[in-house]
Design a protein around this ligand. Structure first.
Ligand code: NAD
Length: 333
C-alpha cells in the first residue's frame, strides 16, 4: 500500500502531539507515516509522544524549522506538511518578540520555500483567531481584515500572509486554519486553563487579568484535531478555514468553573494588572468549515473541562517538571 508521508512540525507541543497521537492511534488512517520535526523548546514535552514512539509509522527528528539544511533534508522525503511549530504564548511575546518573528515568520517561510522546491503536494498552516484582533460583537469570517494586536498575533498574521502568498504566487497547495483557544490534556501549564488548574491543585493562588471579563471561545483539542484532518483531507488549496469550539466564556466565568472543579474558592484568586494590549473578545464564524467540510465541535465543554482537570490531577509527573520550565516574568495566560 502506498503511504502519505506527513511532516508534522511542532509535534512535541500540545496540539501537534495530539494530532500525531490521533493520526497514529487506533482510529487514525492507516495509510500515513509521520515524521515530527521539533526543536524541543521549553514548551515541548517528549513524553507527549510516548504513546506513538514504538509505531513503525513514526519518526522523530530534533531540529529547527528555521534551519534550511534540516528542513530541506526532511522535505525531500515527504508528501505533505502540517505546520504547528510556533512560539505560542502571548505573554512571552510581550516580554521579547524576537523568537516569535524568527520561528513564526522566518521558520514558516523556510518550510514553504523547501515545500515548493520539493514539490510537496499539500501544506496545512495552523494559525489562530488572534490574527483578527478584538471582536466587540458578532463573529469574524475568513474574509475579515487582519488586525493583530500582540507581537504573537502579528507574527502569526505575517506567517498566514506569507503562506497564502506561496499559493497565489507559486501555486503551492497551502491551506490555513484559524482556530480559537484550545483546551485539553497535555497542555503546557502557562496558558490559563492548565496554569490555573495546576496552581489550584497545589494550593497556590491564580492571577486573573484586569476585570476578568475578556471573552474567549473554547475549543476542545479533539475537535481541533478532527478539524485539521478535515482540512488536510477535504479542504481546498489557497483557502482559510476558521475553527471554533462553540463555548464563549469570560475569564471570570471560566475561573469560577475551575475553582469549583479544583475545590477552591475566590480567595485563591488574585486580580492582577491587565495584560498589555489585551484583546477583549475573540469569536470566529466557522460556517465555512461546517458547510464545506462537515466540521462541528462535538465535545461538551463541561465534560471536556472535567476530563482535563482530572488528567492534571492524575498526571502530576507529566506537568510538575513542565511547570518548573514555565518561568516567565509575570507569566500568566
Ligand atoms: P506549543 O507551544 O504547545 O508547542 C509548540 C511546539 O513547537 C513545541 O513543541 C516547540 O518545541 C515547537 N517549536 C517551537 N519553535 C520551533 C522551531 N523553531 N523549530 C521546530 N519546532 C519548534 O503550541 P500549541 O499550543 O501546541 O500550538 C500549536 C499551533 O497552534 C501554533 O502554531 C499556535 O500558534 C496555534 N494555536 C494554538 C492555540 C492554543 O490555544 N494553544 C490557539 C490557536 C492557534
Amino acid at each position: 500500500m502506498s503511504h502519505t508521508r506527513i511532516l508534522v512540525t511542532g509535534g512535541a507541543g500540545f496540539i501537534g502531539s495530539h494530532y500525531v497521537r490521533t493520526l497514529l492511534g487506533p482510529d487514525g488512517p492507516d495509510d500515513v507515516t509521520v515524521t515530527v520535526l521539533d526543536s524541543f523548546t521549553y514548551a515541548a514535552n517528549p513524553a507527549n509522544l510516548d504513546p506513538v514512539c514504538d509505531s513503525p509509522r513514526y519518526r522523530l527528528h530534533a531540529g529547527d524549522i528555521c534551519d534550511p539544511a534540516v528542513v530541506d533534508g526532511l522535505m525531500a522525503e515527504h508528501d505533505q506538511v502540517v505546520h504547528f511549530a510556533a512560539e505560542s504564548h502571548v505573554d512571552r511575546s510581550l516580554h521579547s518578540a524576537t523568537e516569535f518573528v524568527r520561528t513564526n515568520v522566518l521558520g514558516t517561510q523556510v518550510l514553504l520555500d523547501s515545500a515548493l522546491r520539493h514539490g510537496v503536494d499539500r501544506f496545512v498552516h495552523i494559525s489562530t483567531d488572534e490574527v483578527y484582533g478584538s471582536v466587540p460583537e458578532g463573529s469574524t469570517s475568513e474574509e475579515h481584515p487582519l488586525h493583530p494586536n500582540s507581537p504573537y498575533a502579528a507574527s502569526k498574521a505575517a506567517s498566514d500572509l506569507v503562506a497564502l502568498s506561496y499559493h497565489r504566487s507559486h501555486g503551492l497547495d497551502v491551506r490555513v486554519t484559524r482556530c480559537s483557544n484550545n483546551y485539553g490534556h497535555h497542555q503546557f501549564p502557562e496558558k490559563i486553563i492548565p496554569l490555573f488548574v495546576t496552581r489550584l491543585l497545589t494550593g497556590a493562588k491564580v492571577p486573573l487579568y484586569g476585570d476578568g471579563l475578556n471573552v474567549r471561545d473554547w475549543l476542545h483539542i479533539d475537535d481541533h484535531v478532527r478539524a485539521v484532518e478535515l482540512v488536510r483531507t477535504r479542504g481546498r488549496a489557497g483557502e482559510v478555514y476558521n475553527i471554533g469550539g462553540g463555548t464563549e466564556l469570560d475569564n471570570r466565568g471560566l475561573t469560577e468553573l475551575l475553582l469549583q472543579a479544583c475545590g477552591a474558592g475566590w480567595d485563591s484568586v488574585e486580580y492582577v494588572a491587565d495584560r498589555k494590549g489585551h484583546d477583549r473578545r475573540y469569536s470566529v464564524d466557522w460556517t465555512k468549515a461546517h458547510v464545506e467540510l462537515g466540521y462541528k465541535p462535538q465535545k461538551d465543554f463541561t465534560e471536556g473541562l472535567a476530563e482535563t482537570v482530572a488528567w492534571y490531577r492524575d498526571h502530576p509527573e507529566v506537568w510538575k517538571e513542565a511547570a518548573r520550565r514555565a518561568v516567565l516574568p509575570g507569566g500568566r495566560q
